[in-house]
Design a protein around this ligand. Structure first.
Ligand code: ADP
Ligand code: MG
Length: 448
């Protein structure tokens, strides 16, 4: 029988799990927990939302003792995920006096230094943890368990060198665990170098396709926003996430939704940490219905009640597609994914279909669109520099920025000079300023 009782957990953990109301372990939990409790190194690959946190969390909580220093480190790619994993682990540590700490950048380091003296378990993003290592404000000599959560993303986001430095600072007789929804070559390399005869465990490889309906619409680019708003208004959804490829488009979409009467907010890497956490919190609590975000928000976050995912852009990297759609249909619930394609998404979409042949993404006919949406920039009488920027970036979200530069550039000149009140020279200056910003944005995203 598939019960938690069979997993050799202790009374404390059983109590915490009962309190969470979980009836039976998920596949990844059932297959990895016994290995983890047996001190084995494990590579766990399983769908988003399949309960990986509890899989490694149970091992950590069982093995760490109060007052014995930092005994477990979990590295995660984003600050939001650090908070979320910490919260889940705190629930698992119910009635066990161990201190679990989230450590990440973008907030003051001093309180962390104090907290680290008393912590037993540290959930951290690599950059800030390395900072503490350099300052010698964390003692890693007692670490028994080292976990890489969302390991692929850690590698993709360019954290690999930081991760390696941190691993090297931990004792060699530690246990190393690596978890991800997708395990690709790069993460495997870490495994070969830093793990001891790891056992590979594959649970359901991807999001459970039977729980998830995926559709796509193919529209001319001037109807993209129109269709999004039409669908958002028509669909009977609970919480909804809309994914965009750049920060700029994210902001543009939020603005369009707001002027069209849809309560929306955004999160992306350009916002402060405090603002990002606050937004996620408000969304969690249903204070607004549509969260518009870049891929930063997609990784590993679990938000209860997300029923609809919209891809306003198709991501360049097919792995990001899986992580986006993994925000819904979690823990056995159902979900719907809508992809809004225009010509410039074809390449990315083809790559998604190629990579995940098991997905069946149904084509939907475009509904009749009345072209009635309000456009923030067209409506405002004083068009600010800012909205002008947004307008340009929205059109320009494309890998092929060099071609765009000449093509879109010309058409933009033509269009704007006809309705712009400023002089041609002014407009040219603004145009180049926008371009410089666009490069900066893309650059930021590469280093996100
Ligand atoms: P993953 O890391 O695999 O994406 P999470 O660890 O974030 O997934 O878990 C997703 C959700 O499922 C969380 O809300 C978690 O509390 C819940 N969950 C975990 N294990 C179980 C279980 N055995 N039964 C029911 N729900 C669970
Ligand atoms: Mg996870």
């Amino acid at each position: 029988m598939n019960t938690f009782e069979n997993l050799n957990l202790n009374e404390q953990l059983m109590g915490a799990i009962n309190r969470l109301g979980f009836k039976e372990p998920t596949q990844i939990q059932r297959d990895t927990i016994p290995l983890i409790l047996n001190d084995k190194d494990v590579i766990g690959e399983s769908a988003t939302g399949s309960g990986k946190t509890l899989a490694f969390g149970a091992g950590i909580i069982k093995k760490c003792n109060p007052g014995e220093g930092v005994q477990a480190i979990v590295l995660v790619p984003t600050r939001e995920l650090a908070e979320q994993v910490k919260d889940e682990m705190i629930k698992l540590s119910y009635q066990k006096q161990i201190k679990i700490l989230a450590i990440y950048g973008g907030v003051s380091i001093n309180p962390q230094i104090d907290d680290l003296r008393r912590a037993e378990v540290v959930i951290a993003t690599p950059g800030r943890l390395l900072d503490h290592l350099t300052r010698r404000t964390i003692d890693t000599s007692k670490v028994k368990i080292f976990v890489l959560d969302e390991a692929d993303r850690l590698v993709d986001m360019g954290f690999i060198e930081d991760v390696e430095k941190i691993i090297k600072a931990c004792p060699t007789d530690r246990q190393t665990l690596l978890f991800s929804a997708t395990i690709y070559q790069s993460a495997k390399q870490i495994a070969e170098t830093y793990m001891k005869n790891p056992t590979m465990v594959h649970a359901t490889r991807m999001v459970d396709p039977t729980k998830l309906e995926q559709k796509y619409y193919d529209v001319p680019s001037n109807l993209k926003k129109e269709l999004l708003i039409h669908l958002l208004k028509k669909e009977n959804s609970d919480l909804t996430m809309v994914f965009c490829n750049t920060r700029r488009i994210t902001d543009m979409v939020v603005e369009v939704l707001k002027v069209n009467g849809i309560r929306a907010s955004s999160i992306h890497g350009g916002l402060t940490q405090v603002k990002r956490l606050k937004t996620i919190d408000l969304f969690h609590n249903g204070k607004f219905q549509v969260l518009v975000c870049t891929d930063v928000a997609a990784r590993g976050l679990h938000i209860e009640g997300v029923t609809h995912i919209y891809n306003f852009d198709i991501p360049k990297d097919p792995k990001d597609y899986v992580h986006r759609i993994g925000r819904t249909a979690r823990a056995g619930k159902e979900g719907l994914v809508m992809n809004i394609l225009t010509q410039r998404d074809y390449g990315n979409f083809a790559r998604v279909q190629d990579t995940f042949r098991e997905f069946s993404i149904q084509k939907e006919d475009r509904p009749y669109l009345k072209m009635t949406i309000k456009n923030p920039e067209r409506n405002s009488s004083r068009r600010s520099d800012n909205s002008q920027n947004r307008r340009n970036y929205g059109r320009n979200n494309n890998n092929n920025r060099f071609n765009n530069r000449s093509n879109n550039g010309n058409s933009r000149f033509g269009k704007s000079s006809s309705n712009s009140s400023g002089s041609q020279r002014n407009f040219k200056r603004r145009y180049w300023k926008n371009y410089k910003k666009q490069f900066q944005i893309e650059f930021d995203q590469l280093s996100q």
